[in-house]
Design a protein around this ligand. Sequence first.
Ligand code: ATP
Ligand code: MG
Length: 229
Amino acid sequence: MERISTGISGLDELMGGGIPKTQLVLVTGTAGTGKTTFGVQFIHTGVKMFNENGVYLSFEEPIDSIKENVKGFGWNLDELEKSGKFAFIRYDPFHIEDVFHILESTVREIKAQRVVVDSVSAIGLHIKDKTELRRMIFTLSLILRKLGCTAVIVSEMVPGEKGISRYGVEEFVSDSVIVLYYERLQSTFSRALQVWKVRGSSHSDKLHPYKIDSNGITVYPKEEAFIKD
Ligand SMILES: Nc1ncnc2c1ncn2[C@@H]1O[C@H](COP(=O)(O)OP(=O)(O)OP(=O)(O)O)[C@@H](O)[C@H]1O
Ligand SMILES: [Mg+2]
């Protein structure tokens, strides 16, 4: 099985050596767990270290705000865009179906091998009908598979609610699932990551601590994390 690096230090070995190529990976977590950072790091490392072009589709945060926020990690997305190896897609909330066509043509145009969709939960802000929304998430997964890219789709987890995704379909259309936690343990909050599933591969079944600092996300594969039940 061919694999590609997540670009997240320490994570590949928890997934049995990286993401199986062309798989769809769901990254899910509550607010502020680092999902956007994960997505941008996946793309940035892909371009810089592996010469794999990337496309980032943001339904949520404005592009300029993402660009500004990741400067703290030393990632210059304007420079990547100018080099033609990276593209951001701005969506139009009034023509949400068109965004899938734009995604397809952009991926072909820049010959992207990595794609991020951040977040599928935010599509729900524009499409109120649950059945229609689930159909859209499913369609998106089919498009990503057809394009043959390795894709990260981001989903939001609601604190206190059961289930690891917003609409309960995201984990089923995905081949792999990574869950990010930010939980209180006594007086401090700690970050922990779990590899929930990787289709066709062995993976860690433990919770591991991770940090976000000036280098982005780093996971500690040899350490175990503890969060409240
Ligand atoms: N330069 C930095 N150095 C250290 N930590 C940072 C830095 N930039 C961001 N962070 C941490 O990352 C967190 C937010 O990351 P990010 O925006 O990726 O999360 P998210 O899961 O996408 O959030 P949301 O649910 O709001 O979309 C911040 O709350 C902060 O703790
Ligand atoms: Mg985010």
